[in-house]
Design a protein around this ligand. Sequence first.
Ligand code: ATP
Ligand code: MG
Length: 422
Amino acid sequence: MSEGEKIRVMIVDDIVDTRDQLEKLLFFEKDIDVIAKAGNGREAIAMAKQYHPDVVLMDINMPDMDGIAATEAILTQDPSIQVIIMSVQGETDYLRRAMLAGAREFLTKPISADDLYKSIRHVHRLAATRPRAVAATSDSGGASGGAGGSVSEGQIIAVFSPKGGVGTSSIAANLAVALRQMTNKKVALLDANVIFGDLSVILNLRSDKTIIDIATRIDDMDRELLNDVMATHTSQVKVLLAPPDPQRGELVTSDHIRAILDLMRREFDYVVVDTPASFQDRSLAVLDMANRIVTLMTLEMHCIRNIKLFLEVADLLEYPHEKVMLVLNKASNRTGIRAEDVEKNIQRKVSLQIGDAGQDMTFSINQGVPLVIGKPTHQIVRDVVALAKELVTVTKAAETPGQQAAPDQKSGGLFSRLIPKR
Ligand SMILES: Nc1ncnc2c1ncn2[C@@H]1O[C@H](COP(=O)(O)OP(=O)(O)OP(=O)(O)O)[C@@H](O)[C@H]1O
Ligand SMILES: [Mg+2]
């Protein structure tokens, strides 16, 4: 798909009028060509094989074979095709199913011309810049790697906040499950909060094996030991739990964390880390090694102040700008502080907002069932899915894995790391 070539679009809808309307909307777009139209899922599969479209506009509700089944079949046939699902309002559960099937975008009918053009160009651009995460991806043999099929390192995603209590553990758990549901790839979740780890409660995982079983045998650590110690959540996310008490947590060092993450990124496609709210060595080890740091902020003055400080620290540590992704959690317009004003003040854009789930989040923690599973149509789940999608989409940071710390600067705390730089 070289520059200058037209985007080849196939329209799939059982209603003739809809097909024709969509074609008319696209007719005057110079960079878009409608190359095929299909009236049902089966026809779509055959036509995709014959015409190799770049983008498929797929209706969800069709007799015989629906849009989700057709999407799955088309992507198994040719994973490079980008599918945009079209649905009528209210079919929110379809969003999740469509994503699981490998769809890239979700448009709600009636579709505005603007949304249609934007979506087609957006998915087409993405196709050129990233490997595809397909539901049919193999589930074995380590990180699945990029489109070339070579085994490569997975992404380490640190969920972090310089302020405690803002939702780091809840978002990390939901994000890991969403990534698994969306990509069907190998997803690990590490509870790096070794003193007061919460993930066993949030995910209702009971296991007597924890990170301690690796830390105490670190020289013998290999994929078998890692696999044996990690607990398996019902979502198929593999979780390395924190020790059962703070005393044993103290035995886990930053070097242990580094070695464990190094093995994890070779074994998994995505490694989500619940990172402690501190600048101590264990947290810094995670932040250094992360490809992306999902930095959670709430609209509270003390949190905003800490975020500002953290962004300065991230600059001093020479983390690339795109590595730190600012995400607003518990976003609401009832706090007396507006996100836009904060952005101006800290001179940094908020990448994404996760709404305030109120008691629903607490309820889900008490149940031990993440909202992504317990309430898949909840607004917060949409926000978390959007976050997961963003992380899957941006691969640039994957090419610059976080190895910023020189070997002799890796430990010794933030102070000794920064002093030479000032
Ligand atoms: N988006 C949200 N909407 C509503 N409540 C939320 C949201 N995210 C987290 N919470 C709530 O915030 C509280 C703290 O969540 P959590 O334990 O995940 O935070 P944390 O940052 O990991 O805390 P700690 O610093 O203690 O590890 C919980 O009561 C949780 O239900
Ligand atoms: Mg926590």
